[in-house]
Design a binder for this molecule. Structure first.
Ligand code: PLP
Length: 435
């Protein structure tokens, strides 16, 4: 009979733990090597972009619509047709866009770095200030936190809700503290929860009245078109337009890339922002490069044609990864829900599922899983300084393993969760009995 672990007697729990240990041992003997750590597309997903390799060949005309020869130097901010395509993907006008190189994370790093060394729009460079702080919605994306940590920026966690960051806290902190210069946001299908910011959240962002004149919202819309379902998709209000309406057109830097659309590491990244911000950024960029990879930009344009081509392409991704997300949820629902252990999100897009283990258990679960060959994202990684105060959150990345490997990995994961939790409850029972 299925019973909530908390309602089990000591003897029942001991029996359950013995069964779990036996199951765990069986997995140990299997000598597995499975990885659910990073949000990487699987082989099949990469295969659907192979046509891009044929979009250009040695017979191709590598001229842009305006006659620019893509084989040569030049065009600092990207070819026009790439701006049109990526603009449509980001829901921004081509004139608000700079096309960069192969990684949006790189653009985010550069953006922080530029503010740090040279300041934003005539404000004091952050390196000359005693204190610079960033708000970090948690759980969040470890690589965002790594950038701000690298620059010695103090990170302040702000709780996420299914509607986005707790805006009461964001509004209060941003309006009172001039040393708060930015906030990391993944507004659609967030990493790791798969939450999308509500209309009200986006409007409240646009209406922020920061104490710092150089406060910027770092709006990383990495998963803007990464839906899992045709008929049930999240929708996000466009932030640049909303900031403009609210009278703060310069308050946001918006990032995106085709990393999880074509080839991660060989896609194209872009920044969308106000014309004022663009002008300042281009003045710096001209000292950094003569221009990014236009051949790759052209290849993407010729492969997709337009945004409709891109949307069709995303349906192929969804067809591959949807069953994986559903398998993860099915196993969590089957193995943990009846025992009332943990909580998890049910994303409609993006790349991750966020799992909250009972408090104090995440590290031990990830360690246990690792010892039987299942690699998860490190516990704590979803928090600034890798410090999850509840030691509870674990990010699940379902896309990379094959469906059968994923099922095995998840079955092991749920055994580890139950094992660690049963162990914890038993220890608590013993301690209470001794007290
Ligand atoms: C929220 C978010 N932003 C950015 C990236 C990385 O993007 P890029 O490959 O363009 O650097 C990822 C990858 O996992 C991500 O989850």
């Amino acid at each position: 009979m299925v019973k909530d672990y908390k309602e089990m007697s000591k003897e029942e729990l001991e029996k359950e733990l013995a069964n779990l240990k036996a199951e765990y041992k069986r997995y140990q003997a299997m000598d597995l090597s499975l990885n659910m750590a990073r949000g990487k597309p699987c082989h099949e997903q990469l295969d659907i972009s192979m046509g891009m390799m044929d979009a250009l060949n040695s017979d191709a005309d590598l001229s842009c619509e305006d006659g620019t020869d893509c084989r040569n130097y030049g065009v600092l901010d990207g070819i026009h047709e790439a701006k049109v395509l990526i603009g449509a993907m980001m829901e921004n006008k081509p004139e608000n866009i700079i096309i960069y190189g192969n990684s949006s994370l790189n653009v985010m790093y550069d953006t922080v770095s530029r503010a740090y060394t040279h300041g934003i729009m005539g404000n004091t460079p952050w390196c000359k200030l005693d204190k610079v702080k960033f708000l970090c919605p948690v759980p969040g994306y470890d690589r965002h936190f790594a950038i701000t940590e690298y620059f010695g920026i103090e990170m302040i966690p702000v709780e996420m809700t299914p509607d986005g960051p707790d805006m009461d806290v964001v509004e209060k902190l941003v309006s009172e503290d001039e040393s708060i210069k930015g906030i990391w946001c993944v507004p659609k299908y967030s990493n790791p929860q798969g939450y999308s910011y509500s209309d009200e959240t986006v409007r409240r962002f646009a209406r922020l009245r920061p104490a710092a004149r150089d406060f910027r919202i770092f709006w990383d819309n990495a998963y803007g078109i990464h839906h899992l379902y045709d008929d049930d998709q999240d929708y996000l209000i466009e932030i640049l337009e909303e900031c403009k309406k609210a009278g703060s057109p310069d308050m946001v830097y918006k990032f995106s890339s085709t990393s999880k659309i074509t080839f991660p590491g060989s896609g194209i990244a872009a920044l969308a922002t106000s014309l004022n911000n663009l002008e300042e950024i281009k003045a710096q960029l001209t000292n950094q490069t003569i221009g990014h990879d236009k051949v790759n930009q052209l290849r993407h344009v010729r492969f997709f044609g337009d945004i409709e081509g891109m949307k069709e392409h995303m349906k192929k991704h969804a067809a591959i990864i949807r069953p994986k997300f559903e398998a993860v949820l099915e196993i969590l629902d089957r193995d943990l829900a009846p025992y009332n252990i943990g909580e998890w999100t049910r994303p409609k897009g993006g790349y991750f599922i966020s799992f909250d283990a009972p408090e104090g258990c995440a590290k031990a679960i990830v360690d246990r899983a690792k010892k039987v060959g299942v690699t998860m994202t490190g516990a704590g990684a979803t928090y600034p300084y890798k410090k999850d105060p509840k030691n509870s959150n674990i990010r699940i990345a379902p896309t990379y393993p094959s469906l059968s490997d994923l099922r095995t990995a998840m079955e092991i994961f749920t055994v580890c969760v139950k094992l660690v939790y049963a162990d914890k409850l038993l220890k608590e029972m013993t301690e209470n009995a001794e007290a």
